[in-house]
Design a protein around this ligand. Structure first.
Ligand code: GDP
Length: 310
Protein backbone atom coordinates (compact mmCIF):
# COMPACT_ATOMS: atom_id res chain seq x y z
CA UNK A 1 0.00 0.00 0.00
CA UNK A 2 1.45 3.35 -1.05
CA UNK A 3 1.43 5.93 1.77
CA UNK A 4 -0.95 8.18 -0.20
CA UNK A 5 -3.28 5.37 -1.35
CA UNK A 6 -6.96 5.97 -0.66
CA UNK A 7 -7.86 3.60 2.16
CA UNK A 8 -11.46 3.15 3.34
CA UNK A 9 -11.86 1.74 6.84
CA UNK A 10 -15.49 0.59 7.18
CA UNK A 11 -16.60 0.62 10.82
CA UNK A 12 -14.00 3.16 12.02
CA UNK A 13 -15.92 3.91 15.23
CA UNK A 14 -15.83 0.32 16.45
CA UNK A 15 -13.04 -1.30 18.43
CA UNK A 16 -11.45 -2.98 15.37
CA UNK A 17 -11.94 -0.18 12.84
CA UNK A 18 -10.61 2.48 15.23
CA UNK A 19 -7.52 0.36 15.96
CA UNK A 20 -6.86 -0.05 12.23
CA UNK A 21 -7.20 3.74 11.69
CA UNK A 22 -4.80 4.43 14.62
CA UNK A 23 -2.27 1.99 13.22
CA UNK A 24 -2.50 3.38 9.67
CA UNK A 25 -2.03 6.91 11.01
CA UNK A 26 0.99 5.87 13.09
CA UNK A 27 2.59 4.42 9.95
CA UNK A 28 2.03 7.65 8.00
CA UNK A 29 -0.86 6.70 5.71
CA UNK A 30 -2.31 10.07 4.76
CA UNK A 31 -5.46 9.34 2.77
CA UNK A 32 -7.75 7.38 5.08
CA UNK A 33 -11.47 7.78 4.45
CA UNK A 34 -14.23 6.98 6.92
CA UNK A 35 -18.00 7.49 7.15
CA UNK A 36 -20.24 7.19 10.17
CA UNK A 37 -23.34 4.99 9.89
CA UNK A 38 -25.43 8.19 9.81
CA UNK A 39 -23.51 9.38 6.73
CA UNK A 40 -23.54 6.00 4.94
CA UNK A 41 -25.77 3.20 6.22
CA UNK A 42 -23.85 0.17 5.00
CA UNK A 43 -27.04 -1.91 5.00
CA UNK A 44 -28.40 0.36 2.28
CA UNK A 45 -27.22 -0.66 -1.18
CA UNK A 46 -27.90 2.69 -2.83
CA UNK A 47 -26.00 4.65 -0.17
CA UNK A 48 -23.02 2.28 -0.36
CA UNK A 49 -22.93 2.28 -4.16
CA UNK A 50 -23.06 6.12 -4.37
CA UNK A 51 -20.33 6.45 -1.74
CA UNK A 52 -18.02 3.99 -3.57
CA UNK A 53 -18.71 5.56 -6.98
CA UNK A 54 -17.72 8.96 -5.61
CA UNK A 55 -14.72 7.94 -3.52
CA UNK A 56 -13.36 4.89 -5.40
CA UNK A 57 -11.10 3.67 -2.57
CA UNK A 58 -7.93 1.75 -3.54
CA UNK A 59 -8.00 -0.42 -0.40
CA UNK A 60 -10.84 -1.44 1.90
CA UNK A 61 -10.65 -2.75 5.47
CA UNK A 62 -14.07 -4.34 6.14
CA UNK A 63 -14.35 -3.90 9.90
CA UNK A 64 -18.01 -2.84 9.94
CA UNK A 65 -20.40 -5.36 11.46
CA UNK A 66 -23.16 -5.80 13.99
CA UNK A 67 -21.28 -7.46 16.85
CA UNK A 68 -21.87 -8.42 20.46
CA UNK A 69 -21.37 -11.00 23.17
CA UNK A 70 -23.21 -14.24 23.79
CA UNK A 71 -26.41 -12.58 25.08
CA UNK A 72 -26.74 -10.09 22.21
CA UNK A 73 -25.94 -12.72 19.56
CA UNK A 74 -28.53 -15.09 20.96
CA UNK A 75 -31.23 -12.42 21.44
CA UNK A 76 -30.99 -10.21 18.34
CA UNK A 77 -30.64 -13.22 16.05
CA UNK A 78 -32.48 -11.77 13.05
CA UNK A 79 -30.59 -8.46 13.22
CA UNK A 80 -27.22 -10.19 13.47
CA UNK A 81 -27.99 -12.20 10.34
CA UNK A 82 -29.69 -9.51 8.22
CA UNK A 83 -27.44 -6.55 9.08
CA UNK A 84 -24.22 -8.47 8.55
CA UNK A 85 -25.35 -10.06 5.28
CA UNK A 86 -26.39 -6.66 3.92
CA UNK A 87 -23.23 -4.83 5.05
CA UNK A 88 -20.91 -7.47 3.57
CA UNK A 89 -22.80 -7.91 0.30
CA UNK A 90 -22.99 -4.17 -0.33
CA UNK A 91 -19.37 -3.34 0.51
CA UNK A 92 -17.86 -6.36 -1.26
CA UNK A 93 -19.93 -5.88 -4.42
CA UNK A 94 -19.27 -2.11 -4.48
CA UNK A 95 -15.53 -2.82 -4.09
CA UNK A 96 -15.69 -5.12 -7.12
CA UNK A 97 -17.71 -2.64 -9.21
CA UNK A 98 -15.31 0.20 -8.42
CA UNK A 99 -12.14 -1.81 -9.06
CA UNK A 100 -10.79 -1.67 -5.52
CA UNK A 101 -7.21 -3.02 -5.58
CA UNK A 102 -7.59 -5.05 -2.41
CA UNK A 103 -10.14 -5.72 0.32
CA UNK A 104 -9.62 -7.34 3.71
CA UNK A 105 -12.71 -8.90 5.27
CA UNK A 106 -12.82 -9.54 9.01
CA UNK A 107 -14.69 -12.62 10.23
CA UNK A 108 -14.64 -14.34 13.59
CA UNK A 109 -13.53 -17.59 15.23
CA UNK A 110 -17.21 -18.53 15.68
CA UNK A 111 -17.38 -19.54 12.00
CA UNK A 112 -15.81 -22.90 12.94
CA UNK A 113 -17.96 -25.90 13.92
CA UNK A 114 -18.82 -26.14 17.61
CA UNK A 115 -17.18 -29.54 18.02
CA UNK A 116 -14.25 -29.07 15.65
CA UNK A 117 -10.88 -30.45 16.82
CA UNK A 118 -8.74 -27.90 18.64
CA UNK A 119 -6.77 -25.85 17.78
CA UNK A 120 -8.98 -24.65 14.93
CA UNK A 121 -7.34 -24.87 11.54
CA UNK A 122 -8.53 -22.77 8.59
CA UNK A 123 -9.46 -26.01 6.77
CA UNK A 124 -12.15 -26.85 9.39
CA UNK A 125 -14.55 -24.29 7.90
CA UNK A 126 -17.89 -25.94 6.94
CA UNK A 127 -17.03 -29.35 8.39
CA UNK A 128 -19.76 -29.46 11.07
CA UNK A 129 -22.66 -27.88 12.95
CA UNK A 130 -22.21 -24.37 14.37
CA UNK A 131 -22.69 -23.22 17.99
CA UNK A 132 -26.39 -22.31 18.35
CA UNK A 133 -25.99 -19.09 20.38
CA UNK A 134 -24.09 -17.34 17.59
CA UNK A 135 -25.21 -19.29 14.54
CA UNK A 136 -26.82 -16.29 12.72
CA UNK A 137 -23.66 -14.19 13.09
CA UNK A 138 -21.47 -17.12 12.02
CA UNK A 139 -23.63 -17.84 8.96
CA UNK A 140 -23.33 -14.18 7.89
CA UNK A 141 -19.55 -14.22 8.38
CA UNK A 142 -19.25 -17.47 6.41
CA UNK A 143 -21.20 -15.78 3.60
CA UNK A 144 -18.64 -12.92 3.71
CA UNK A 145 -15.74 -15.37 3.40
CA UNK A 146 -17.46 -17.05 0.46
CA UNK A 147 -18.14 -13.70 -1.22
CA UNK A 148 -14.42 -12.84 -1.05
CA UNK A 149 -13.40 -16.31 -2.25
CA UNK A 150 -15.83 -16.39 -5.16
CA UNK A 151 -15.29 -12.78 -6.30
CA UNK A 152 -11.63 -13.77 -6.48
CA UNK A 153 -12.44 -16.92 -8.50
CA UNK A 154 -14.97 -15.41 -10.89
CA UNK A 155 -13.76 -11.80 -11.21
CA UNK A 156 -10.09 -11.96 -10.13
CA UNK A 157 -10.63 -9.57 -7.18
CA UNK A 158 -7.80 -9.52 -4.62
CA UNK A 159 -10.13 -9.92 -1.63
CA UNK A 160 -8.86 -11.73 1.48
CA UNK A 161 -10.53 -12.97 4.69
CA UNK A 162 -9.05 -12.99 8.17
CA UNK A 163 -10.55 -14.61 11.29
CA UNK A 164 -9.68 -12.91 14.55
CA UNK A 165 -10.11 -14.66 17.88
CA UNK A 166 -11.92 -12.91 20.81
CA UNK A 167 -10.69 -9.31 20.92
CA UNK A 168 -10.42 -6.61 23.56
CA UNK A 169 -8.92 -3.14 23.80
CA UNK A 170 -9.76 0.57 23.49
CA UNK A 171 -13.31 1.43 22.33
CA UNK A 172 -14.72 -1.91 23.48
CA UNK A 173 -18.40 -2.24 24.41
CA UNK A 174 -19.02 -2.22 28.18
CA UNK A 175 -22.82 -2.55 28.04
CA UNK A 176 -23.42 -5.68 30.14
CA UNK A 177 -26.10 -7.07 27.82
CA UNK A 178 -24.10 -6.55 24.64
CA UNK A 179 -20.47 -6.94 25.65
CA UNK A 180 -18.14 -9.88 25.42
CA UNK A 181 -16.81 -11.55 28.54
CA UNK A 182 -13.55 -9.63 29.02
CA UNK A 183 -14.96 -6.08 29.08
CA UNK A 184 -18.00 -7.35 31.05
CA UNK A 185 -15.79 -8.83 33.76
CA UNK A 186 -13.57 -5.73 33.85
CA UNK A 187 -16.63 -3.61 34.47
CA UNK A 188 -18.21 -5.95 37.03
CA UNK A 189 -15.00 -6.51 38.98
CA UNK A 190 -14.07 -2.82 38.99
CA UNK A 191 -17.58 -1.88 40.16
CA UNK A 192 -17.51 -4.55 42.91
CA UNK A 193 -14.13 -3.24 44.03
CA UNK A 194 -15.05 0.42 44.31
CA UNK A 195 -18.44 -0.33 45.89
CA UNK A 196 -17.02 -2.93 48.29
CA UNK A 197 -19.34 -5.67 46.99
CA UNK A 198 -18.10 -9.08 48.30
CA UNK A 199 -19.01 -11.18 45.22
CA UNK A 200 -18.87 -10.81 41.47
CA UNK A 201 -21.19 -12.64 39.10
CA UNK A 202 -19.68 -14.70 36.29
CA UNK A 203 -22.05 -16.23 33.72
CA UNK A 204 -22.15 -19.96 33.04
CA UNK A 205 -19.86 -22.53 34.66
CA UNK A 206 -16.51 -20.75 34.25
CA UNK A 207 -15.10 -23.81 32.43
CA UNK A 208 -15.32 -22.68 28.76
CA UNK A 209 -11.95 -21.83 27.26
CA UNK A 210 -11.38 -18.69 25.23
CA UNK A 211 -8.40 -17.05 23.53
CA UNK A 212 -7.96 -13.26 23.74
CA UNK A 213 -6.03 -10.89 21.46
CA UNK A 214 -5.44 -7.17 22.04
CA UNK A 215 -6.95 -5.18 19.18
CA UNK A 216 -3.67 -3.26 18.60
CA UNK A 217 -2.05 -6.60 17.76
CA UNK A 218 -4.99 -7.41 15.50
CA UNK A 219 -4.63 -4.09 13.64
CA UNK A 220 -0.94 -4.77 13.07
CA UNK A 221 -1.74 -8.27 11.76
CA UNK A 222 -4.40 -6.87 9.39
CA UNK A 223 -1.93 -4.41 7.85
CA UNK A 224 0.66 -7.16 7.61
CA UNK A 225 -1.79 -9.41 5.73
CA UNK A 226 -3.03 -6.57 3.51
CA UNK A 227 0.60 -6.19 2.37
CA UNK A 228 1.71 -9.81 2.31
CA UNK A 229 -1.18 -12.21 1.70
CA UNK A 230 -3.01 -12.62 -1.57
CA UNK A 231 -4.83 -15.95 -1.49
CA UNK A 232 -8.36 -17.31 -1.33
CA UNK A 233 -8.07 -19.26 1.93
CA UNK A 234 -8.88 -17.47 5.19
CA UNK A 235 -6.16 -16.75 7.78
CA UNK A 236 -6.63 -17.08 11.56
CA UNK A 237 -5.40 -14.25 13.79
CA UNK A 238 -4.85 -15.16 17.42
CA UNK A 239 -2.30 -15.92 20.08
CA UNK A 240 -2.48 -19.71 20.06
CA UNK A 241 -3.12 -19.93 23.82
CA UNK A 242 -6.38 -19.97 25.74
CA UNK A 243 -7.63 -19.56 29.31
CA UNK A 244 -10.75 -20.70 31.18
CA UNK A 245 -13.39 -18.07 31.99
CA UNK A 246 -12.77 -18.72 35.70
CA UNK A 247 -9.01 -18.11 35.32
CA UNK A 248 -9.72 -15.01 33.25
CA UNK A 249 -11.93 -13.68 36.06
CA UNK A 250 -9.14 -14.41 38.57
CA UNK A 251 -6.55 -12.65 36.41
CA UNK A 252 -8.76 -9.55 36.14
CA UNK A 253 -9.32 -9.67 39.92
CA UNK A 254 -5.55 -9.69 40.39
CA UNK A 255 -4.99 -6.74 38.03
CA UNK A 256 -7.84 -4.79 39.67
CA UNK A 257 -6.66 -5.81 43.15
CA UNK A 258 -10.18 -7.05 44.03
CA UNK A 259 -10.29 -9.52 46.91
CA UNK A 260 -13.93 -10.75 46.67
CA UNK A 261 -15.34 -14.10 45.54
CA UNK A 262 -16.68 -15.36 42.21
CA UNK A 263 -20.35 -16.42 42.04
CA UNK A 264 -21.27 -18.47 38.94
CA UNK A 265 -24.69 -17.86 37.36
CA UNK A 266 -25.63 -21.22 35.84
CA UNK A 267 -28.82 -19.80 34.30
CA UNK A 268 -26.61 -18.15 31.65
CA UNK A 269 -25.24 -20.16 28.70
CA UNK A 270 -21.63 -21.35 28.41
CA UNK A 271 -21.67 -21.23 24.62
CA UNK A 272 -19.06 -23.21 22.77
CA UNK A 273 -16.75 -25.19 25.13
CA UNK A 274 -13.52 -24.08 23.46
CA UNK A 275 -12.37 -22.07 20.45
CA UNK A 276 -8.63 -21.95 20.24
CA UNK A 277 -7.15 -20.82 16.93
CA UNK A 278 -4.37 -22.64 15.16
CA UNK A 279 -2.13 -19.70 14.25
CA UNK A 280 0.53 -21.73 12.41
CA UNK A 281 -0.34 -20.23 9.05
CA UNK A 282 0.02 -16.61 10.22
CA UNK A 283 3.24 -17.42 12.08
CA UNK A 284 4.57 -19.08 8.95
CA UNK A 285 3.84 -15.89 7.01
CA UNK A 286 5.98 -14.01 9.57
CA UNK A 287 3.64 -12.36 12.11
CA UNK A 288 3.18 -13.02 15.84
CA UNK A 289 1.38 -11.02 18.56
CA UNK A 290 3.33 -8.84 21.00
CA UNK A 291 0.96 -7.99 23.85
CA UNK A 292 0.52 -10.67 26.54
CA UNK A 293 -2.93 -11.10 28.09
CA UNK A 294 -1.83 -9.74 31.46
CA UNK A 295 -0.17 -6.68 29.88
CA UNK A 296 -3.23 -6.08 27.72
CA UNK A 297 -5.61 -6.33 30.67
CA UNK A 298 -3.43 -3.88 32.62
CA UNK A 299 -3.60 -1.47 29.66
CA UNK A 300 -7.39 -1.58 29.36
CA UNK A 301 -7.92 -1.56 33.11
CA UNK A 302 -6.33 1.93 33.15
CA UNK A 303 -9.13 3.08 30.80
CA UNK A 304 -11.80 1.30 32.85
CA UNK A 305 -10.66 3.09 36.03
CA UNK A 306 -11.47 6.39 34.31
CA UNK A 307 -14.97 5.31 33.22
CA UNK A 308 -18.17 5.83 35.15
CA UNK A 309 -20.72 3.03 35.28
CA UNK A 310 -24.23 3.05 36.80
P1 GDP B 1 -18.61 -16.13 23.04
O1 GDP B 1 -17.11 -16.25 23.00
O2 GDP B 1 -19.23 -15.97 21.71
O3 GDP B 1 -19.23 -17.26 23.82
O4 GDP B 1 -18.98 -14.76 23.76
P2 GDP B 1 -18.73 -14.05 25.18
O5 GDP B 1 -17.41 -13.37 25.19
O6 GDP B 1 -19.93 -13.18 25.39
O7 GDP B 1 -18.78 -15.21 26.28
C1 GDP B 1 -17.69 -16.07 26.51
C2 GDP B 1 -17.94 -16.91 27.75
O8 GDP B 1 -17.84 -16.09 28.94
C3 GDP B 1 -19.30 -17.60 27.82
O9 GDP B 1 -19.10 -18.89 28.38
C4 GDP B 1 -20.06 -16.70 28.80
O10 GDP B 1 -21.12 -17.37 29.47
C5 GDP B 1 -18.95 -16.32 29.77
N1 GDP B 1 -19.21 -15.15 30.63
C6 GDP B 1 -19.05 -15.10 31.97
N2 GDP B 1 -19.45 -13.94 32.47
C7 GDP B 1 -19.85 -13.18 31.40
C8 GDP B 1 -20.36 -11.86 31.28
O11 GDP B 1 -20.54 -11.13 32.25
N3 GDP B 1 -20.65 -11.41 30.02
C9 GDP B 1 -20.45 -12.20 28.91
N4 GDP B 1 -20.72 -11.70 27.70
N5 GDP B 1 -19.99 -13.49 28.99
C10 GDP B 1 -19.69 -13.96 30.23
Amino acid sequence: MEKNAKIYVAGHRGMVGSAIVRHLQQLGYSNIITRSSKEVDLRNQQQVFSFFEKEKPDYVFMAAARVGGIYANNTYRAEFLYDNLMIESNVIHASYLNKCKKLLFLGSSCIYPKMAPQPLKESYLLTGTLEYTNEPYAIAKIAGIKLCENYRLQYGCNFISVMPTNLYGPNDNYDLNKSHVLPALLRKIHTAKIKNIPTVEVWGSGTPLREFLHVDDLAEACLFLMENYHEAELVNIGTGTDISIKDLAMLIMKVADYKGEIKFDSSKPDGTPRKLMDVGKLKGLGWSPKITLEEGIKMVYKDVERMTFD
